[in-house]
Design a protein around this ligand. Sequence first.
Ligand SMILES: [Fe+2]
Length: 135
Amino acid sequence: MEFNWDKKWSVGIDKIDHQHKELFDRINKLVSAMREGKGKDEVIETLSFLEEYVIKHFNDEEEMQRKSNYPKYDIQHKQHEEFKEELRELRKVFEKAGVSALFVINVQQKMSSWWRKHIRELDRDLGGFLIESSK
Ligand SMILES: [Fe+2]
């Protein structure tokens, strides 16, 4: 099951929506590389490709939050750090144990549910706040 972005995940801010879409794509690429039994190096490459974008996205989003004095910055920052930590953990587990079918399912489920929850509970609130404060 692909993890595709569609309008229901919009937070109302184009830049954030565009980055979320790119993130979902990179998560799919990682999951496919694992599922297709690609070699370790190739999987690590897709993981790095995802990590790199996650960092860029969180930095951009946090900059918007600081500039606008967004009141939930601390909660956002905390969740972002937790997700980065999860990715580091994933890399460790993968490097040690490689991939099993169960592992791939876990990765996909964990990531998609993390993003769904984060967008629903926090990024939508941020989008609304940014729209309001630009009025
Ligand atoms: Fe966020």
